[in-house]
Design a protein. Structure first.
Ligand code: SAM
Ligand code: SF4
Length: 355
């Protein structure tokens, strides 16, 4: 019997996109990810209406993984090479904050030199990019996405726990100058926190020719503070944007695209909406994740992890690892269950899964 040449799951989906977390550490404390600041406590206090599923009395007791458990660059490169053999051609490096991983440019060079890697990107909060951006671009990085949830210095501080707005703005500009276009910008929108900034953020994207992505808040934060009423549904975001601008829908580049996109009548920027909570896109999901400590996760909301590290460290042959990947992907979950009675939040927060 010949082995399948693709990573297929039991629901007919084919994995082509691998997201790799290179560290679980982060220098930010975003209110929707690691809400561990006083500002976060103040924001969530008083916003619990008491009846929804998230259980704030049970914060995730996440601990930082020992760095000795992080996969080495050679190990990550090997996984990517084997995945490329199955047709995986899209890699996103993430974290935690990926720029905190020393010598990240070496990993980018290793990955971009693997044949078939058409799209190698990083997602970053932007700190450190002014120093690292050119090294990353020269190593072959294709694209970069920045997180930017506010254009107001005080609100940025409240959302991220850091006084870092200026550095992110400069980093975005630097990425454009380095030719890492189109530069993407992600904003997680939370009711009464930054929803009043949807319009200014969209206009910022239009004026600076950026691809803005507004993302619904998902139950993946470390303190289990997520509540449905804090989610601004994608339809509400779109209605608000359409009140201000004439937006023309853009065709999906690929069926697995997570965002719906529009361009402005004026300018070259675009806006997109990623609505995993109210308009799930699981049916076309082609992604799996590799955590910094070597676990394969077949869904953001997986409750089961698949430890690849022992195979990488115990001398298993490529064929054995390929076989393992095939078996793991076959069991990929059909969909997430956010908002349903049986929903269980994973034990890792987003910072440790890799967004
Ligand atoms: N530290 C980097 C950053 O913030 O860009 C990369 C890692 S971060 C976990 C990746 C993405 O996940 C970010 O764009 C962030 O906005 C998003 N994210 C984190 N927690 C989220 C949540 N609870 N709901 C929706 N998106 C979330
Ligand atoms: Fe914020 Fe990214 Fe750090 Fe999470 S991992 S706290 S989203 S900067």
């Amino acid at each position: 019997m010949t082995s399948p040449t693709r990573l297929e799951d039991s629901f007919g989906r084919t994995v082509q996109d691998l997201r790799i977390s290179v560290t679980d550490r982060c220098n930010f404390r975003c209110l929707y990810c690691l809400p561990e600041t006083e500002a976060a406590a103040n924001f969530y206090r008083g916003r619990f209406h008491g009846t929804e599923s998230s259980d704030a009395s049970k914060p995730i007791t996440h601990t930082w993984k020992p760095k000795s458990q992080f996969l080495e660059f050679e190990e990550i490169e090997r996984v990517v090479r084997l995945a490329a053999g199955f047709g995986v051609n899209k890699i996103r490096i993430t974290g935690g904050e990926p720029l905190l991983r020393p010598r990240l440019e070496e990993l980018i060079a290793r990955i971009t030199s693997i044949p078939g890697m058409h799209d190698v990107a990083i997602t970053t909060n932007g700190t450190g990019f002014l120093k690292k951006g050119k090294l990353l671009r020269d190593a072959g990085l294709h694209r970069v996405s920045f997180s930017l949830d506010s254009l107001d210095r005080e609100n940025f501080k409240r959302v991220t726990g850091r006084d870092g707005l200026q550095e992110v703005l400069e980093s975005i500009q630097w990425a454009k100058e380095l030719g890492l276009s189109p530069v993407k910008v992600n904003a997680v929108i939370i009711r009464e926190l930054n929803d009043h900034e949807i319009e200014p953020l969209a206009e910022f994207a239009r004026d600076h020719e950026l691809s803005m992505r507004f993302i619904e808040f998902m139950p993946l934060d470390s303190q289990r503070t997520w509540k449905k009423h804090l989610v601004i549904p994608g339809t509400e975001m779109l209605e608000r944007l359409q009140k201000r601008h004439t937006l023309t829908p853009l065709p999906a580049k690929h069926p697995s695209e997570t965002s719906k996109r529009w361009r402005f009548q004026e300018g070259n920027g675009e806006v997109g909406i990623i609505a995993p909570v109210t308009e799930p896109f699981c049916g076309n999901c082609n992604r799996i994740r590799l955590t910094a400590d070597g676990q394969i996760r077949t869904c953001l909301f997986s409750l089961v992890e698949n430890d690849l590290k022992p195979m990488l460290r115990n001398g298993n042959a490529d064929a054995e690892i390929e076989d393992y990947l095939r078996k793991v992907v076959w069991k990929k979950e059909e969909r997430h269950h956010i908002g349903e009675d049986d929903f269980v939040q994973p034990s890792r927060p987003m910072s440790s899964i890799g967004g």
